[in-house]
Design a protein around this ligand. Structure first.
Ligand SMILES: NC(=O)c1ccc[n+]([C@@H]2O[C@H](COP(=O)([O-])OP(=O)(O)OC[C@H]3O[C@@H](n4cnc5c(N)ncnc54)[C@H](O)[C@@H]3O)[C@@H](O)[C@H]2O)c1
Ligand SMILES: [Zn+2]
Ligand SMILES: [Zn+2]
Length: 501
């Protein structure tokens, strides 16, 4: 039988159950305790062990109980420590908040306690994060430099509304490369990597949606649900997505440091690292049978590409499409267009291998921009010889955006998915064509996705075989090889490399 021992305001630092059914160890925001915790123990040893072990840390009460050895081994005097016996304990549980959002603290002798596992995993994470154990990450000190693998990066425990995620896999996207090459702005030193998947290892206060052990895909645009843009259904423009440029949380902090020096969160995620702390809405749960090494590419490439087709531009059945660039993003646009029922999908890319993959994934025609006149060939190929309904730039080049405008029919839409470098301004020679021809030019950030809605949708399309994520992944490498992966991307060798941790 369970017994209510007290009421906790937060669950984030409630860490473990100890011993034989009535002992517990926690560092908690104590709101009110209905019982004298120190009086709880099933044997004298445990009660004795409590004396002198309660301490205040950062305004939080550390509560310890258990056999004297347990508490000592747990290093309670220094805070919290990991201990084999903690990991084998099955005594503590909590349940959904009751009584004005307070969580009842339960204790039970039942080793089958379904809640115990969460705490047991929490204890390891909490100890790791709080006992000065640093993590490994690839750091970019400044634009133009190679990434350097460091093992001295400190990461804070998740705050309210956040989760910590152990990164298992992270794809390498051209936006990372553009920051390294100085083509996109960023704050330095920075940890890049934003196309990641992993496993939740700790859950901050007020997070009722996640459990330790959940499998998640991370997204650079965690919708807050309440800002000007979220309430209008423009989730990818949420105030949280500013982090993609500021490389920090909205309050300016990053949760990352090195010997006290701030390290920035590249593209709002910082996933070329063992652990990421992110808003809970930025860690989108996926079913556990979906392999994380494949799911990671949904975090950027597939959300961006498929979303640009089904959310930003809304390609319809029978529409005609030009896709310029057949990298991770362009090939995802191709697949999105196929899903949407486009009748013609014309793909242009200078790399023969990528054109071949495009044909496998649904392209109906391919062009080589080094030898073909892409605009003329597209208009020539298009239904009615009037130009395509939609043109997508998936390279990031102002001249290609202009080519897209020229290749679309009157009333057609050019979608800017690629991000041209800051020093590549758009100068369209005949703006009158846009006005008189009612041509549209629109931007697309992360496929205008609501990640919470669209990541599960995309994952489910891949499970049913309607989207091929595997085809995008041509190499897997350890973090140590990150610079080789970036060189491959720069030379368009393969398509996506996934970094495995
Ligand atoms: N809008 C967004 O939310 C968003 C998200 C992710 C990436 N991006 C941007 O999308 C772009 C593509 O990213 P990626 O990871 O797929 O890059 P990538 O390097 O894998 O692919 C780019 C492709 O463009 C091809 N290419 C180069 N010059 C070309 C030309 N003149 N005509 C046709 N194709 C050409 C290359 O051969 C390559 O296949 C980048 O600019 C990236 O920053 C935007
Ligand atoms: Zn990306
Ligand atoms: Zn928002």
């Amino acid at each position: 039988m369970y017994e209510v021992l007290g009421w906790l305001r937060h669950l984030d630092h409630l860490v473990a159950g100890l011993g034989d059914g009535c002992a517990y160890l926690g560092l908690v925001d104590v709101c009110s305790l209905d019982h004298d915790l120190t009086g709880r123990g099933c044997c004298d040893d445990e009660v004795d062990a409590l004396h002198g072990t309660d301490l205040l840390l950062d305004g939080r009460l550390a509560v310890a109980a258990g056999h004297a050895g347990d508490v000592e081994d747990a290093g309670i005097e220094g805070g919290i420590g990991a201990h084999d016996e903690i990991l084998s304990g099955y005594s503590l549980a909590f349940s959904a908040p009751t009584r004005s959002n307070l969580y009842p603290l339960w204790v039970s002798g039942n080793p089958m306690n379904p809640f115990a596992e969460r705490h047991l995993v929490d204890v390891a994470t909490f100890a790791e994060i709080n006992q000065g154990k640093s993590m490994r990450a690839a750091v970019l000190e400044q634009a133009g430099a190679p990434l350097i693998i460091r093992d001295d990066i400190d990461i804070e425990a998740p705050r309210a509304g956040e989760v910590a995620v152990q990164v298992t896999h992270c794809g390498v996207c051209h936006s990372d490369l553009s920051i390294i090459e100085g083509k996109f702005p960023a704050a330095f030193p920075v940890i890049l990597g934003h196309e990641a998947a992993g496993i939740v290892t700790a859950v901050g206060a007020e997070v009722l949606t996640h459990e330790v052990g959940d499998h998640v895909v991370l997204t650079p645009c965690p919708p807050c649900g309440t800002c000007h843009w979220c309430v209008r259904g423009q989730w990818s423009l949420c105030v949280n997505s500013d982090s993609m440029v500021t490389c920090a949380f909205p309050d300016g902090s990053t949760r990352l440091s090195r010997n006290g020096e701030v390290i920035y969160r590249g593209v709002g995620v910082a996933a070329f690292a063992e652990t990421v702390v992110i808003q809970a809405t930025g860690a989108v749960k996926i079913p556990k049978d979906i392999p994380l090494d494949i799911a990671c590419v949904v975090g950027c490439a597939v959300q961006t590409g498929v979303g640009a087709v089904i959310n930003t531009s809304i390609v319809g059945e029978g529409d005609t499409v030009l896709v310029m660039g057949a990298g991770g993003i362009g090939l995802s646009i191709v697949q999105g267009a196929r899903l949407a029922g486009a009748s013609q999908i014309i793909v242009s890319d200078p790399v023969a291998k990528r054109r071949e993959v495009a044909l496998d994934l649904g392209a109906t025609h391919v062009l080589d921009p080094t030898s073909d006149d892409v605009v003329a060939a597209t208009i020539e190929t298009s239904e009615g010889v009037i130009g395509v309904d939609f043109a997508f730039d998936a390279v990031g080049s102002s001249s290609l955006i202009c080519a897209g405008i020229d290749a679309t029919r009157k009333g057609g839409t050019t979608v800017m998915v690629g991000v041209p470098p800051l020093d590549d301004p758009l100068t369209y020679p005949l703006p009158a064509i846009l006005a008189v021809g009612e041509k549209k030019l629109i931007g697309s950030l992360l496929g205008s996705c609501n990640s919470l809605r669209d990541i599960p949708k995309i994952v489910s399309l891949s499970r049913s075989g309607r989207l091929d994520l595997n085809a995008l992944i041509t190499e897997r490498r350890p973090l140590e090889d990150i610079n080789i992966a970036l060189e491959d991307l720069s030379a368009s060798r393969g398509i996506r490399t996934v970094i495995e941790f």
